[in-house]
Write a protein that binds this ligand. Structure first.
Ligand SMILES: Cc1cc2nc3c(=O)[nH]c(=O)nc-3n(C[C@H](O)[C@H](O)[C@H](O)COP(=O)(O)OP(=O)(O)OC[C@H]3O[C@@H](n4cnc5c(N)ncnc54)[C@H](O)[C@@H]3O)c2cc1C
Length: 599
């Protein structure tokens, strides 16, 4: 076994991890540990854009961006965090530009911006152009830019190292344990501060836009070591995944004028969101698609609708709306090249000539490891930090997205809060000594890995995973009921039991044992699925992405609180509903006081 010592350790090489690493490395000896090569992180799949009120094409203001974020979050967003996000986004995006990011440009050379769902001007008025983009490859460009900067700054990278445990010495986090995927060897990383930036957990659901690696490892690891998971009942379904495959079709398609149509050719969003129609927030649009399908208005009665970006259709609607913009095939080709490519390759559909078949797809976790505005993990309703632990990006919950995230706000979250976390870590490391490692830090996890390696029961990991994904899709998806969620809770408990007692894997070797790591990841997914179902069942209201048929209304009197889920000694879930939502903007400005959401 090898032991390494770094002042600041970053787990995850996506944009949250790299932004934090860049800033931490300016004041502390820093390493990034990543199970994937950093440039293969899911951020590289982010398509549509990064939100910042630059106002390059029309008037825009950070207060409007903060307002949209809070309203989009169905008033569960912490308002102080939403304001930080909106205000610091502007200079963070300009920083990316200066670091070399090749954004699309306006004719006069400024960063080009387009419309996205829920982003408006004048506190909920008309759609505003706020999403800065590099064609439909925005995440890829940010990831490449920051990776180069980290290399330049001599951040040390441990690529294809899979982190499987966090080390605590009493109340201090002192490092992590990782396996080198190549050799199968365990490595202990001793640190002053650890930041988890391990991304999302969409693989809990059957139809998802998320990459295979998105199994919520950081959330499960910290949960098992006493850190709560916050607001896990809020998981976003993006309205437009490719039918049956889940591959994402960016909201940028609708931002460029694309419309959703049902089997009768109706632009049904006119009925659900008369003011901003197809650009309503994602929870609203996903529910509308489900209701169309339920009403037998899915295409040919099937479980999908059409997304149409053909110039004929788009121009007709633009003309009807009195908008004198017109789009051409060449314009669509230049603004959405990857999307056209996906559809032509995977579907045999050419989006400049015919509509795309789409259905809602599991996309983004609003919840996660609770943190303060500097990325420090906090472990109770009072916001007490756990010394030495930080989190940023999708695995963290600041909470800025509340009950529903707006498109483009994740990339903004990564760079704004990644940067704040990295800065804070550098300062913290300068003032702190290394706390010693506890005795035998690897004992427990070594035993668990060995158990999995030798498992010879009768159920394969993929069988348990498929069952989990189907049940979560059916019962803890876009619409929920008490009965369905209870069934999901029971199934997750049964699957966890089988995972402990009846699992079987084929590869018992040391090198590149993907069978073993997949089995270990399944354990993370099951913990997360259980917490999600338990948290959802307890919240007796509908808010943002959590929509209950038995409690269809939002209930601010009882439920304007965050959920904290803890693992108990016997491995079950204990909930706490005492953490208040920050309402600091509402205290000063009536516009931020919770209201019914109308789009
Ligand atoms: C298809 C798609 C399109 C999207 N488009 C947009 C968009 O246009 N705008 C927007 O704002 N948001 C978008 N999102 C959301 C956004 O991209 C993600 O929320 C964001 O990229 C997450 O970044 P991250 O840095 O937190 O994690 P990721 O980029 O997912 O990176 C996670 C990192 O953690 C590492 N890791 C995980 N587990 C372990 C472990 N156990 N040990 C070691 N390393 C580990 C991985 O190797 C990886 O490097 C999109 C998401 C998807 C899926």
């Amino acid at each position: 076994m090898q032991t390494h010592q770094y002042e600041a350790l970053i787990v995850g090489g996506g944009v949250a991890g790299l932004m934090a690493a860049l800033y931490a490395s300016r004041g502390a000896k820093t390493a990034v540990i990543s199970k994937l090569y950093p440039s293969r992180s899911h951020t590289g799949a982010a398509q549509g854009g990064i939100g910042a009120a630059l106002g390059n094409l029309e008037e825009d203001r950070p207060e409007w961006h903060a307002f949209d974020t809070v309203k989009g979050g169905d008033y569960l967003s912490d308002q102080n965090a939403a304001l930080v996000l909106a205000e610091e986004a502007i200079d963070a995006v300009i920083e990316l530009e200066h670091l070399g990011l090749p954004f699309d440009r306006t004719e006069d050379g400024r960063i080009s911006q387009r419309r996205f769902g829920g982003h408006t001007s004048g506190f909920g008025g008309q759609p505003v152009r706020r999403a800065c983009h590099a064609a439909d490859r925005t995440g890829h460009m940010i990831l490449q830019t920051l990776y180069q900067q980290c290399i330049k700054n001599e951040v040390k990278f441990f690529d294809e190292f899979h982190v499987i445990d966090m080390i605590r010495n009493g109340d201090t986090v002192v490092g992590v344990i990782a396996v080198n995927i190549d050799s199968g060897e365990l490595h202990v990383f001793h640190s002053k501060a650890v930041l988890f930036a391990t991304g999302g957990w969409g693989r809990v659901w059957e139809i998802t836009s998320n990459a295979h690696a998105l199994t919520g490892d950081g959330n499960a690891i910290t949960y098992r070591r006493g850190v709560p998971m916050q607001d896990m009942e809020f998981f976003q379904f993006h309205p437009t995944g490719i039918y049956k495959m889940g591959i994402l079709i960016t909201e940028g398609v609708r931002g460029e004028g694309g419309v959703l149509l049902n089997d009768r050719g109706e632009r049904f969003m006119e009925r659900y969101a008369p003011s901003i129609k197809d650009l309503a927030s994602r929870d609203v649009v996903s529910r509308a698609i489900y209701l169309e399908m339920k009403g037998k208005r899915g295409i040919k009665g099937q479980r999908y609708v059409h997304l149409d970006i053909t110039p004929e259709t788009v121009n007709r609607y633009l003309a009807e709306a009195g908008d004198d913009r017109r789009i051409t095939r060449e314009y669509v080709e230049s603004k959405l090249p990857d999307i056209l490519d996906f559809c032509r390759t995977y579907l045999g559909v050419d989006p400049v000539k015919e509509p795309m078949p789409v259905q809602p797809t599991a996309h983004y976790g609003m919840g996660g490891i609770p943190t303060d505005l500097d990325g420090r993990a906090v472990i109770d309703a009072q916001g007490t930090p756990l010394p030495g632990l930080y989190a940023a990006g999708e695995c963290a919950c600041v909470s800025v997205h509340g009950a529903n995230r707006l498109g483009t706000n994740s990339l903004t979250d990564l760079i704004v809060f990644g940067r704040r976390s990295g800065k804070h870590m550098a300062e913290f490391c300068q003032g702190a000594e290394f706390t010693p490692l506890p005795d035998n830090p690897t004992g427990e996890i070594e035993a668990e890995l060995e158990r999995l390696r030798q498992a010879n029961g009768s159920r394969k990991p993929y069988e348990l995973r498929n069952e989990m994904q189907q049940v979560m899709m059916e019962d803890v998806g876009v619409f929920r009921t008490a009965e369905g969620m209870q069934q999901a809770v029971d199934t997750m408990r049964k699957l966890k039991e089988e995972y402990q007692t009846n699992l079987s894997i084929d590869d018992r070797g040391q090198r590149f044992n993907s069978d073993l790591y997949e089995a270990w990841e399944l354990g993370c997914l099951l913990d997360i699925a259980e917490v999600t179902a338990v948290s959802a069942l307890a919240r007796k209201e509908s808010r943002g992405a959590h929509s209950r048929e038995d409690f269809p209304k939002r209930n601010d009197e009882t439920w304007m609180v965050h959920t904290l889920a803890y693992q108990t000694e016997d491995g079950s879930v204990a909930l706490n509903h005492e953490k208040p939502v920050d309402m600091s903007l509402a205290e000063k400005d009536e516009k931020f006081v919770p209201k019914e959401r109308v789009y």
